[in-house]
Each structure stands twice: as structure tokens, then as C-alpha cells.
Unconditional design. Structure first.
Length: 137
């Protein structure tokens, strides 16, 4: 029973922090930040906000390198155009020009420069391409 109550408390904690605070002090001492209790006085609706992706070829993020092709390459080329102003044709062909743009991006982002698009490069590319300040380099 104790485990069930602890689980229920953990599930309600994020919801209970969303409303107006009600301070509770323990044993007559003044309340500290770890002793603040929150009370929900109305239902709270949470809506997940998914950022809009500037490039919409695919959600797939496979490893890409010279010779790769397809929608994931188009996505990467679009990201490169947005992130660093590469002016690549978004043709889905990972050729020498795309590889050079990937290396330029990796240098600019100060990440491993290998001309391949793996997890780290995808992460930086999608973040930089969708940032309001793009292009960066």
C-alpha cells in the first residue's frame, strides 16, 4: 500500500506544481523552499507543443555519408541550407558538395568534422536549422 501511495504522489506532483502555492511549515518552523506545498484548485490541461520543423522530407535520422541517397539526405540538405546558408540542391544525393557542406557545418558547430551525418550532427543540424537566428555561419 505504501508503494502505491508513493507512486500516486509522484504522478500528481507535476500537476500540483502548476497551481497557486499554499505554504506549509513543518513543526512550527518557517517554510523553506523544500517545504513548500502546492494545491490544485482547478483542473489544469496540459497540451504538448511540438515545434514545427522547417524541413519536412522525413522524420528519419539514419547515418548518412558519401553515396547515401533518399529523403533523409534531402532533409539533411534542407537543414544545411537553413543552418549555414549552404545553397545546396535538395536532390537527395549525398555527393561531394553535400559532404563539403557537412564538414563546413561541423566546423562551425565545433563538433567532430568527418563529413558524415550521425546522431550528433543530426542533433545539431535540426536544432540550428529550426532556430530563429539561422543561418549561423
Amino acid at each position: 500500500m505504501r508503494r502505491l501511495l508513493a507512486s500516486a504522489a509522484a504522478l500528481t506532483l507535476p500537476v500540483s506544481l502548476a497551481a497557486a502555492p499554499a505554504v506549509a511549515a513543518s513543526q512550527g518552523t518557517s517554510a523553506t523552499s523544500s517545504q513548500v506545498a502546492y494545491k490544485v484548485d482547478r483542473p489544469t490541461n496540459f497540451v504538448a507543443q511540438v515545434p514545427v520543423d522547417i524541413c519536412n522530407y522525413t522524420d528519419s535520422r539514419p547515418g548518412l555519408r558519401l553515396g547515401s541517397s533518399g529523403e533523409a539526405v534531402q532533409q539533411a540538405q534542407c537543414y544545411l541550407n537553413q543552418a549555414i546558408g549552404s545553397d545546396l540542391d535538395e536532390d537527395g544525393d549525398f555527393g561531394r558538395v553535400t559532404q563539403s557542406a557537412v564538414r563546413d557545418f561541423q566546423r562551425c558547430a565545433d563538433i567532430v568534422v568527418d563529413g558524415r551525418i550521425g546522431a550528433q550532427t543530426w542533433s545539431f543540424l535540426s536544432f540550428w536549422a529550426n532556430a530563429p537566428e539561422a543561418p549561423f555561419c
